[in-house]
Each structure stands twice: as C-alpha cells, then as structure tokens.
Design a protein around this ligand. Structure first.
Ligand code: FES
Length: 100
C-alpha cells in the first residue's frame, strides 16, 4: 500500500516555511506539526470544533466519509483540513492559516 511509507510534510504560514517533519503511518497532521516545531491549536481533538483547521496547499490527506462536524464541503474545496484527526496520504504542504 502506498500509505505504508514515510512522507515529508512542510508547514507554512503563508509563504513562510515554519518547519518540516516526516509523517509516520496514520499520524495526524497535528502530531507531525509538533515534530516540526509548529504548534497547531487544538480543542476537541476529535473533528468536532474546527479549532485545528489548516489549509492543504499541495498533496493529499485522508478525508473521512462522511466529513466530521468541524468540516464541510466548502472548506474542503478551499483546502480545509482538520489537523487533529486527518493524516497525510503523501507529501504535503500545509498552511497553518486556515481557509477564510
Ligand atoms: S481540535 Fe476540534 S476539530 Fe480538531
């Protein structure tokens, strides 16, 4: 399976690169960010509140079906990802500034 490999995740604030870390299998983005020295605020850590919303700039993440309450299709269209409960599928660039 292609997910069974380590992938590099880069975290940005806008165009500023904040940090880079390797994601392990099934590791949520918020944990990868912590390894990269990047803090993403969380609250519920279960996909409900949207506090951990970030923006996927490049790459793919594993979107659950149905989407969790903290996310909707409009946010997904704008790259919205809930860092607390979603994992990267491959190399990703993440902007910690969420979609507006
Ligand atoms: S911390 Fe609540 S949805 Fe991620």
């Amino acid at each position: 399976m292609s997910r069974r490999r380590m992938v590099i995740i880069r975290f940005y604030r806008g165009r500023l690169l904040l940090g880079t870390a390797e994601a392990e299998v099934d590791e949520p983005l918020v944990d990868v960010a912590e390894k990269a020295g990047v803090e993403i605020p969380t609250n519920c850590t279960s996909g409900n509140c949207g506090t951990c919303l970030v923006r996927l700039v490049e790459g793919r993440v594993d979107y659950p079906d149905p989407l969790p309450p903290g996310l909707d299709e409009f946010l997904v269209e704008d790259g919205g990802v809930l860092a607390c409960c979603m994992e990267p599928i491959g190399a990703c660039d993440i902007d910690v500034i969420p979609p507006l």
